[in-house]
Design a protein around this ligand. Structure first.
Ligand SMILES: Cc1cc2nc3c(=O)[nH]c(=O)nc-3n(C[C@H](O)[C@H](O)[C@H](O)COP(=O)(O)OP(=O)(O)OC[C@H]3O[C@@H](n4cnc5c(N)ncnc54)[C@H](O)[C@@H]3O)c2cc1C
Length: 1114
């Protein structure tokens, strides 16, 4: 009974839970669409990533031109038709200045003198750049392979641009792009204005969705959506830029404003708002994101959603500052508007025309910065720039102030400059509205530059206590090395002034901000890879590092900072990060979207010189380091397949546990004997002095107590082990599960040495240690590692083999433990076990693959904490709501029924091995030795079956099943495609470019669950045979019958174990593909099912449920 509870509890530990209701609809227009609520999104149509090994590490990559899985021209043509001909083959903007453009799809002639002149003239214009399909304002991230040139013979290649662009004009186009990328495993980039400093709106080989055409603006006098806000608002299409919306607001009567950036062309509803978005109104009204009332968006699964306080509130929160291109593609945003008011602006310059003395100049900069707290505490915003000998503060913005009021705020600063002899140029002006100030004092910005970006926020304490240190850091930024110089842009604002508590996902530390500075360093457009690496290192380790060291804020801006800094997660989001990461797993578990250093992208890497976007496969991500690499060189790690390493771990740890199993019994026996003779006269008769009924009874009692505590502590240990795996990662959890028992054995050695009553007390109390690390937790964690590290099609076999290795460890441990005890005394098996545990711990550290803890908590409810989090996995037993391909929603009970089946199975026969021993002892007079051999045989037979036969049965069975189901499906198979695919540009209805000369090959789609239905059949067969054989045991009339029955009975029964685990695993996998962390193995463990009636019912019911949910199977 206890073990069945253990099984269920364990299963629950491992299964992801539903994450709250999601509101989705089938149409973009909320008014006419059918809305449904579901527990999880359906990603079952997502294509698998492509396995690649790079520098010894295994990756699952997106598909790129030339890969077999790259979509065929026919598919691209179909996409083009779906998006109403809005699909372009992407040509870099500089191509008209080059004779040829050679892209992944072929080479075309691109030279056009007139167009080249236009490109050359506009390459530094931000408005022109924004209007291009896929151009970037800051070109560094494009790899600079096709800039405008005077020499048409210069080469022009695609660099890190996307291959195709959808110039989306309708939500349906965006959806088509997302669906296409997901179904074909193509990298997806969302591009709005191309402003991203960090290159997040470009990416090698990607399909780009350009949202810049979404320019609709709808003014709302009185907002009536959810939430307490009832004032004026505006709904903006994703592509609307800052200055146009301020201009449109100014034309309203009375004029209104929204919180935009200072930059005229940055988009509002794209990366800007998803980073938070700061601008001249931020001191008074908070971040742009703080002022959002609702989003319309499309999810990675292709569903239209509204995100506001009532619908999808978690997505609503995450889109407000949680990171660009991470949770959904925004179609529009509804934001608060505010009455525009009179304003005052000022400018102040200190430059080489005023002084050539660097000390004076730096003194002026330091004085300005010293007053920055004072400025923001009086509601000002200041935009300022610093480059060698040039300080420009343009403008100081006093919204709602007159110039006299602004001057009053600034006067102490101006006085100090004058007093310290710092020459400056100053102007101050009144404006009827902020908009007038904005047009007059804010300047356009340049495009086309190649530079690296960093940035840091200084808070009030930093300025108050370390202004000199901050200015020293500025000096480092401007002159990071003798041969280099950098430049800076500063923004004085404090969102906490007007919005003390943000309603967004932005870093809470912003509410005490004073100055956010961007640090930048130019990169030559022809820089070599080594030069780029050098400059990046200067940015990260010198410039940004200096800023960080001068500050206590721990905070920077996700859109304007070095994405390669350590701890970007906490620097961008602070304590909000874990919730954001969990939400990423909910809304985009498979990584349909990607933007550098955004929530949940830790496992992703752009490999092969910044080209392929790939996810690290856990199995091979264990790069040994330090002493570990000395003990276990990575070459060796790669040579020994991860499966074998996991299997050996299972064997070694079990062996360590098993050495003491038989000796513990004798230890109790001896200790009871000590106790008996401590209050009885010494024995002086013949034979063993301890062979007395009283001693045997005492021993049995102690053993029973030990068994009971082991069971209870083991149950808790299952939860603890599962929880640990999620918190510290499976490898570290396995180390704990292996090292803690070493401590237990060490205390047991003390118990053996103490003997008598003290020894018994020590033995019994040491069982409590099992809660933290024990004989069930390690099996759970080993299974988690196997589930994560082993490729899907091999999992059932490996689960079975792992079970086999555990049995083998038990068999050898039982036998050798007893023999060691007999030969060297009762203490020695405990000592051997202690050493064995230490060796096993070391082995786990060096040979087990590293799997990030975060990747396992997929599925845990973001806001569940403490006990709720601990027991949250039990929620899986509740019926799951799934969205079928037809759009219908239905309840799914598969997991519940499978667990019920296992529970009943264990209930029926969990004690079968013990009963067989008792039966053999009673009827055939088996002694300890006989029973020892019986149990070893038990273990060895299971081991042999699981290691050698079971994988073959599963593999062959699946093939058979697949062949059978293919035959059955044959009449419904898709009509054969035309054997000839389009291979030239004319055949593709996209405006430019050509397709690869080599015809792309359709990818051979390997469905990871194909054939696994066989596992369920095998499970049912095992149950039937198992029941029959168990019954046969009753007919045993001779001792050897028991041995023979034992072999057959146990061997066949174990099939249940592994196949039920895989089946359960697969169900969960399909319910929420990508959340693979939590492998159910308890429904499998202790699964000696022999009650065919009830168990069959449950398994059949579970099977029916799976079959009735077609998408889960196909
Ligand atoms: C010259 C210049 C001035 C700037 N000024 C300011 C400023 O005043 N204040 C400020 O806060 N920031 C400013 N920034 C930084 C700016 O906020 C970021 O670069 C921001 O990412 C730009 O967003 P975008 O959508 O306009 O640009 P893009 O480069 O097109 O997109 C940026 C990111 O957002 C994603 N994205 C774009 N559209 C969508 C969408 N519809 N749905 C989902 N994801 C999308 C992209 O995939 C990409 O990851 C400035 C940047 C530059 C280059």
């Amino acid at each position: 009974m206890a073990s069945s509870l253990l099984g269920l509890a364990c299963a629950a530990c491992l299964v992801p839970t539903a994450l709250g209701q999601i509101f989705v609809r089938d149409e973009p227009d909320a008014a006419v669409a059918t809305s449904v609520t579901v527990d999880s999104l359906d990603f079952s149509d997502a294509a698998d990533t492509l396995n690649t090994t790079f520098q010894g590490i295994k990756f699952g990559c997106k598909c790129y031109p030339g890969d077999p899985c790259w979509p065929s021209p026919a598919k691209w043509n179909a996409l083009n038709a779906t998006v109403d001909g809005q699909l372009l083959v992407n040509i870099p903007p500089g191509a008209p200045c080059h004779n040829n453009f050679t892209g992944p799809l072929g080479t075309i002639n691109t030279y056009d003198a007139a167009k080249c002149a236009e490109v050359t003239q506009n390459f530094t214009s931000e408005s022109w750049t924004v209007s291009q399909p896929a151009a970037e304002l800051w070109t560094y991230a494009t790899n600079e392979t096709c800039r405008p040139t005077q020499n048409p013979a210069d080469s022009c290649t695609l660099g890190y641009y996307g291959v195709y662009v959808i110039m989306a004009t309708k939500p349906q186009h965006v959806k088509a792009g997302i669906d296409f990328a997901r179904r074909n495993n193509v990298r997806l980039i969302v591009r709005n204005t191309g402003h991203d400093f960090l290159g997040r709106s470009t990416g090698y080989g990607a399909l780009i969705i350009n949202t810049h055409s979404f320019q609709q603006v709808t003014w709302i006098d009185s907002y009536s959506g959810p939430g307490s806000y009832k004032g004026s608002a505006v709904t903006l299409g994703a592509g609307v830029e800052g200055r146009p919306i301020l201009t449109a607001g100014h034309a309203r009567n009375p004029p209104v404003v929204v919180v935009t950036g200072e930059c005229p062309t940055v988009g509002i509803a794209g990366g800007f708002i998803q980073g938070g978005g700061h601008g001249p109104w931020t001191t008074l009204k908070g971040f742009s994101a703080d002022n959002v009332l609702a989003f319309e968006a499309i999810t990675a699964s292709g569903h239209y959603v509204t995100a506001n306080e009532a619908q999808n509130p978690d997505l609503f929160w995450a889109l407000k500052g949680g990171g660009p291109a991470s949770f959904a593609v925004i179609l529009s945003v509804t934001m608060k508007t505010f009455p525009d008011v009179r304003s005052a602006g000022a400018t102040l310059y200190i430059n080489s025309t005023l002084t050539t003395d660097p000390d004076v100049w730096w003194n002026g900069t330091a004085i300005f910065h010293k007053w920055s707290n004072h400025f923001v505490d009086n509601g000002l915003y200041v935009y300022w720039e610093l480059s060698p000998m040039t300080f420009r503060a343009r403008p100081f913005v006093g919204i709602g102030k007159t110039s006299a009021e602004l001057r009053r705020v600034m006067q102490p600063f101006l006085d100090e400059l004058a007093a310290k002899g710092v020459p400056f140029e100053f102007a101050i002006k009144d404006f009827p509205t902020f908009y007038d100030l904005y047009i007059d004092l804010f300047e356009d910005e340049a495009a086309g530059g190649s530079a690296l970006t960093g940035g840091w926020m200084f808070n009030h304490e930093d300025v108050a206590t370390n202004n000199d240190g901050i200015v020293d850091a500025f000096k480092t930024v401007l002159s990071p090395r003798a041969d280099l110089f950098g430049f800076m842009i500063g923004h004085l604002f404090n969102p906490g002034y007007g919005a003390p508590r943000g309603s967004s996902a932005t870093h809470p530390a912003w509410r005490n901000a004073t100055d956010f500075v961007i640090a930048s360093i130019s990169v030559p457009t022809n820089a070599t890879r080594a030069q780029k690496a050098d400059l990046q290192s200067v940015m990260t380790n010198t410039m940004e590092s200096a800023l960080r060291k001068a500050s206590t804020s721990g905070c920077t801006y996700v859109n304007e900072a070095d994405p390669y800094q350590r701890d970007w997660q906490s620097h961008f989001w602070g304590e909000q990060y874990p919730a954001l990461r969990a939400l990423r797993r909910k809304w985009d578990p498979l990584g349909v979207f990607y933007a550098t250093s955004t929530p949940g992208t830790e496992e992703w890497e752009v490999i092969e010189d910044g080209t392929r976007l790939c996810r690290k496969l856990h199995a091979s991500s264990s790069r040994a380091d330090g002493w570990v690499s000395w003990l276990w060189p990575s070459a060796l790690a790669l040579k020994v397949h991860v499966e074998k390493r996991i299997l050996f771990a299972g064997f070694l740890i079990t062996l360590s546990f098993s050495f003491t199993q038989v000796p513990i019994f004798y230890a109790f026996h001896l200790m009871e004997c000590d106790i008996f003779y401590s209050n009885h006269p010494p024995y002086d008769g013949p034979g063993d002095r301890c062979s007395r009924n009283e001693i045997a009874a005492g021993t049995a009692t102690q053993y029973a107590i030990l068994g009971m505590t082991t069971t209870f502590c083991g149950t808790i240990n299952l939860f603890v082990a599962g929880w640990m795996a999620k918190k510290i990662g499976p490898r570290a959890a396995l180390m704990v599960q292996t090292f803690v028992p070493a401590i237990r054995v060490a205390t047991q050695i003390l118990g053996v040495m103490a003997g008598g009553q003290a020894g018994i007390v020590i033995f019994q109390y040491t069982q409590l240690i099992t809660v933290i690390g024990g004989p069930v937790g390690y099996i759970l964690v080993a299974n988690i590692i196997a589930g994560e590290a082993v490729e899907p099609l091999r999992r059932t076999a490996v689960f079975g083999m792992l079970q086999g290795c555990i049995m083998l460890g038990q068999g050898i441990g039982y036998l050798s433990g007893g023999m060691i005890g007999d030969t060297w005394g009762i203490r020695r098996p405990f000592e051997v076990a202690f050493c064995s545990f230490l060796i096993a711990t070391l082995y786990v550290r060096i040979a087990m693959p590293y799997i990030a803890a975060e990747s396992l908590s997929r599925g845990s409810k973001p806001n569940s904490k403490g006990l709720a989090e601990f027991f949250a996995p039990l929620r899986i037993l509740a019926p799951q709501k799934v969205l079928l391909a037809s759009g219908a929603v239905r309840n799914h009970y598969g997991v519940l029924f499978l667990c019920a089946g296992v529970f009943l199975g264990v209930l029926a026969t969990g004690y079968a091995p013990l009963l067989i021993q008792m039966y053999a002892t009673a009827v055939f007079e088996f002694r300890q030795g006989d029973n020892g051999w019986l149990m070893s045989e038990f273990a060895f037979m299971r081991a042999a079956f699981l290691i050698f036969l079971f994988p073959r049965i599963i593999s062959r069975g699946r093939k058979w099943h697949m062949a059978r189901s293919t035959e059955q499906r044959a009449p419904e198979a898709e009509p054969r495609r035309s054997s000839r695919l389009a291979t030239n540009p004319e055949e593709l209805e996209a405006p430019m470019g050509s397709l690869a000369e080599e015809e792309p090959v359709e990818s051979a789609e390997v469905k990871e669950d194909e054939g696994t239905a066989f596992d369920l059949r095998f499970l049912m067969l095992s149950l039937a045979v198992d029941g029959a054989l168990t019954m046969c045991a009753a007919f045993a009339t001779k001792g050897w019958h028991i041995y023979v029955g034992n072999c057959l009975f146990l061997a066949l029964r174990v099939g249940f174990s592994a196949s039920s685990q895989r089946r359960h695993d697969r169900d969960v996998l399909k319910l929420e593909k990508g959340r693979r962390a939590e492998r159910p193995d308890a429904c499998r463990k202790h699964s000696e099912a022999c009650n065919p009636g009830l168990v069959w019912f449950c398994v059949l019911r579970a099977r029916r449920d799976w079959q009735a949910t077609p998408y889960l199977l196909c």
